[in-house]
Ligand binder design. Structure first.
Ligand code: NFS
Length: 664
């Protein structure tokens, strides 16, 4: 890849990254000197190491590091490890790293939930109906129990799942029967949550598991403990505590920052901090303090998945996705960036340091040089939140030269599994039947999930082009994470985007008033997609298992280890997943073939890789069509071929202020 093309000098000597909003901000004089990940990609002299990229660099012991070339005798590890062992071990460690992030997040949520149930935090149980439904699913009879007692019982059971050593995970029983049988037959059903990460790390230690397939079984078990365990616990308990999302209109992109308010961006993943800040921002005491320094109030805006959490439940705006975190600061208009855990680039510290911006870390697990640390304690959540907001208010009078771009876009978000049920079937007969019926009759071709990160190493804005092509082909698109924020910037999360959908999809969604791309939340909320897929199976008419559905997932710009854990739990649950622009085992054909082909024999789903939006669309539509054929639904749907003229036509259908990698 030619990195020089990604970051050419623009007209005024400012960086020209091919993204309207980012470029607009970075070209202003106030942003001069701010270095972003896009700059660092361009400045790196060397391309990524091929051994590292393909998964065949082993540094698990001090006889190495060893770079392995598959099939070359002299290029095996000092210990004798071959490429397959090393690639499988590295892949497994990526899954362990990603899963552990969701697991620690899930545990944190479960503990905060339990503390709330005991009355020890200022949060409440906002969705008692979901609490009761969750209790029932866990085998707890909710009848005649007070909400707080029930919440303590549910919270205790779920907290215990993390340290459980034997038995199965309670929420896995939600999966279709046929899927549970697959897991039982293969022996990949998790026994507890934390145990599976520890065992995976043990097995990948030097001199333990040296059988690629055996390592990949444990990777699957660990990923399942993430998806059907930790992530699902995080989503369900966040909904019960902070409210189950319902459709809500709000805005995304850097233009949501406000000239006359104290701008506080909240960045990271765990909703407990953001929820407390949202409560405190409306506190009359805080509003009065903001007014005292000349601001109208406090404007809270999200970055990364914290943004998705507060957008889904509170309708608060998102200032930026992963690739925009430093650009948001480069406006010079942010009084504080408050971070917790995950996806926070260390580069935000020097970027904030160029301005009056207070960078505040809140988690004991994540400190950053140059940031000030205010420990967030959910037991005194409001006090902690007010202390943080006071830092921002104190910074407001120091705001100097700054620039807030005009770019912002309307979005409709809030498509929890419960909302989809309700919208499709109505309050009294909520069901997935209308979706299944319309897939069966061919108005909807199938369902695709576009999830995961955005990434400055990807040249094309794959998410957006791919989504447009899929909806034009009558595929309903589900999105989460930073992919969802990108879709929002491009205007795809509004009912107006139905103008770009195929006739069948348009007809169905116009009737229910849904956009063609449904925002289902943060990355832990990918568990909502597992539930939606399960619901489709249970509703009937589309096979007996998730692997029978005309459905497919992808993460075209994946960046974090969490994305790989998510991909693996989807594959192990029967939904094929395509990654881009690369796959982390390509240094070993043996392991890559196993992931791309053998997993299909085991799980009824496999991994794949693609690069351009067109390549993704072809593979995803082929996959959906093949599943339709297997279900006997193939005669109803011809593929619409997408050419450049159609792309241009769609482009004019909406004002696109997409913001993405630097070289689209
Ligand atoms: Ni997901 Fe969310 Fe974004 Fe990627 Fe990071 S914020 S948890 S990992 S970058 S989508």
């Amino acid at each position: 890849m030619d990195t020089s093309k990604r970051f050419e000098k623009g007209n005024g000597g400012c960086p020209s990254i091919q993204c309207e909003t980012n470029q607009d901000v970075l070209c202003q004089s106030c942003a001069s000197g701010v270095v972003t990940a896009a700059h660092r990609v361009a400045q790196r002299a060397a391309e990524p190491c091929l051994f590292g990229k393909g998964g065949t660099c082993c540094r698990n012991c001090n006889m190495g590091p060893c770079q392995i070339i598959e099939g070359v005798d002299q290029m095996i590890g000092v210990c004798g490890a071959d490429a397959a062992t090393v690639a499988a071990r590295n892949f497994a460690r990526i899954v362990a790293g990603g899963s552990s992030a969701h697991m620690d997040h899930g545990r944190g949520m479960a503990l905060a939930f339990l503390a709330t149930a005991r009355g020890e935090t200022p949060y409440e149980i906002k969705d008692a109906a979901k609490l009761r439904a969750t209790a029932q699913r866990l085998g707890i009879d909710p009848a005649d129990k007070a909400t707080t007692d029930l919440a303590i019982e549910v919270g205790t059971l779920l907290v215990n799942q993390f340290g459980q050593q034997e038995g199965g995970l309670a929420l896995m029983k939600r999966a279709p029967k046929a899927r549970q049988e697959v897991w039982a037959k293969l022996g990949v059903a998790p026994r507890g949550i934390d145990r599976e990460v520890v065992e995976l790390m043990h097995r990948t230690h030097m001199g333990v598991d040296q059988d690629a397939a055996n390592l990949l079984f444990q990777a699957a078990r660990c990923a399942l403990a993430d998806g059907w365990g930790a992530s699902m616990i995080a989503t369900e308990l966040s909904d019960v505590m902070f409210g189950t999302p319902v459709p809500i209109r709000t805005k995304v992109n850097i233009g949501v920052l406000k000239e006359d308010e104290v701008n506080v961006t909240v960045h990271g993943h765990e909703p407990v901090v953001a929820e407390a800040l949202a409560m405190a921002a409306n506190d009359p005491e805080i509003v009065a303090e903001a007014k005292k320094v000349g601001a109208k109030g406090v404007n809270l805006a999200g970055v990364c998945c914290t943004g998705n959490e507060i957008l889904m439940r509170r309708g608060l705006p998102i200032a930026g996705s992963f690739v925009q975190q430093e650009v948001v600061l480069a406006t010079g208009a942010v009084e504080a960036m408050v971070v917790d855990v995950q996806c926070i680039m260390q580069g935000v510290s020097p970027a904030a340091g160029q301005f009056h911006t207070r960078l505040v870390t809140t988690s004991e697990k994540a400190k950053i040089p140059g940031a000030r640390h205010i420990a967030f304690d959910e037991h005194r959540a409001l006090d902690s939140a007010k202390e943080i907001l006071r830092q921002a208010i104190a910074a407001y009078p120091e705001r100097g030269k700054h620039y807030i771009p005009v770019h912002q876009m309307d979005v409709v978000a809030g498509f929890s599994h419960e909302t989809i049920t309700y919208m499709l079937g109505g309050r009294f007969r909520g069901s997935y039947k209308p979706l299944n019926d319309n897939i069966a009759n061919g108005r909807i071709r199938g369902v695709a999930a576009i999830v995961g990160c955005d990434n400055y190493r990807v040249l094309e804005e794959v998410h957006i082009e791919l989504a447009k092509e899929l909806i034009a082909n009558d595929v309903l698109v589900l999105v989460t994470g930073c992919a969802a924020t990108g879709m929002g910037r491009a205007g795809l999360l509004t009912p107006e985007a139905l103008s770009m959908a195929g006739d069948g999809l348009k007809e169905v969604l116009e009737a229910v008033g849904c956009p063609p791309v449904l925002h289902m939340g943060s990355c832990v909320d990918n568990s909502r997609i597992l539930i939606a897929a399960t619901e489709m199976v249970l509703t009937g008419g589309l096979g007996n298992d998730i692997s029978d559905l005309p459905a497919v997932g992808c993460a075209p710009q994946w960046m974090s280890e969490k994305a790989v854990a998510i991909g693996q739990y989807f594959v192990s649950s029967g939904a094929s997943v395509i990654f881009g622009p690369s796959f982390p085992t390509t240094g070993s054909k043996v392991v890559t073939d196993y992931c791309f082909r053998e997993m299909e024999n085991l799980y009824g789903a496999h991994w794949d890789v693609a690069q351009t939006s067109n390549e993704f669309a072809n593979k995803m539509l082929d996959h959906i069509n093949a599943k339709r054929k297997a279900l006997g639904l193939d005669k109803k749907k011809e593929r619409v071929l997408f050419d450049m003229a159609m792309r241009r036509e769609l482009q004019t259908g909406l004002q696109d202020v997409g913001c993405h990698g630097p070289g689209a």
